[in-house]
Design a protein around this ligand. Sequence first.
Ligand code: TEU
Ligand code: CA
Length: 544
Amino acid sequence: MKDMKEKWWKNSVVYQIYPRSFCDSNGDGIGDINGIRSKLWYLKELGVDIIWINPVYPSPNADNGYDVADYCGISEEYGSLEDMKALIQECENYDIKIMMDLVMNHTSDEHPWFMEAKSTKDNPYRDYYIWRKGEPGNPPNDLQACFGGSAWEYSDETGEYYLHMFDKKQPDLNWENEAVRNELWKMMNYWIDLGIKGFRMDVMDMVGKVPDEKIIQNGPKLHQYIQEMNRETFGDRDMITVGECGGSYPEVGRLYSDPERKELDMIFTFEHMLVDELPGKQKWDLKELDLRDLKRVFGKWQQELGEKGWNSLFWNNHDFPRVVSRWGNDGAYREKSAKMLATALHGMKGTPYIYQGEEIGMTNFPFKGEGDFDDVESINMYRERTEQGYSEEEIMKSLCAKSRDNARTPMQWNDGHEAGFTKGTAWYHINPNYREINAEQALEDPNSIFHYYQQLIRLRKEKPVLVHGAFEMLCPEDETIFAYTREWEGTKWLIVCNFYDKLAEFKYPAKGRVILSNYEQEPELSLEQIKLRPYEAIICQIMV
Ligand code: TEU
Ligand code: CA
């Protein structure tokens, strides 16, 4: 077995591109592959090693590309397969690897497999999906779809129900069927042969589901399937693989990512993303962040995956609100708090993911009303909660805080027409703060959030303690400070972050040499007793 320390993805940083909103090259208002090609210099400047691109396959867009109609093609709105090949080639020249998004739990209902499957009960593709008997209006059981309503949809053609854990236009594939799995392995090998170096796998923890017993995540055959996938596709390739496993806890995280088990390199858990919702309720049921909860979750994962397995580190993606608005301060302390959050995350052990715009401190969108939303989840929620009698004000409060559309507004490149995203009219709202918050401005300002991220990425390349160092949480019960140490071969780093806009006291019995901070610092600090300023963050090396 190869020494774990040699894995290149351990000191890499991934940048996530939501192609629809990244950069439009042809003026139709929709971001595209050639737009990505035109910005590779920017990603190189930032210093990232890998780009994860959200789905660009042909899709009716019931769920913005997560309803795939053809796994091997490129949607016309994003360009062509030729453009994709050119992107792969240019990325290689820049030494940037591409991670494709694989949506294998479900397809679009417009995928040819489903069109066949729904036509007759004895169609060879019937068993590619999950069908159950039932009378109209009386589904097989009360499983709920993630976007609201029953997870079962009645299909008139054959008088049976099919399962869809998301929208009804996203029927679930039947992984019990070996033919389905073989089709998926074939598709993965096709992308590997084209030069793709990584896979992000959508809702991977759902593929072993047993719907009749209402087991959806972490089903009994899940790990068996993933091991089969590893064997049949990327196992002997030098790639990076990450499974989106929202319902995972650290013990399961280790099963996926322990290299000896030959499954995946790492997973995305949502555990830290759920700390500001009421337990047992929905993401819309808001709860103020208690920093101790966040630290408990991170601490647990850092601990459990410390020796075996590997963590992915993220604050943002296309499904979550902007972190600077969520747990930082998007007003007076936007710059300070964005840098503080970056420090807290990038200081930990794991592979960090940056979501487009995070590196310039993009914020949530000031939604005014129902008509402002695009996402199927938000639109359904608005309707459902209105029917349930929630007030407009309550609904808007939840959506402003948590709608996925917060993350999906176009990238702010400059202070010109449509924030430099398109020469035409953008497909979706541009955040009105683009005149102050944009990439051009960030590149010009040596003190910008962008340049701070650049330094964090560089540190990961240069300092093994940041990659391999053992993690130890400090002051877990402190309500305002997030502090921990990393230790590797005699080098010890302290990372200390003030999560609030008030002064906060912190004590550590040593002196530290400052490595990076979002405030001006003396080169050496006595840590015996320090007062951290609003959102202050410091990385320092403990002096012995
Ligand atoms: O997300 C999976 C997932 O669990 C989300 O539905 C999550 O619960 C929700 O976004 C939180 O509000 C993945 C994709 O990242 C997402 O964009 C897709 O909509 C979903 O799968 C279905 O493919
Ligand atoms: Ca376009």
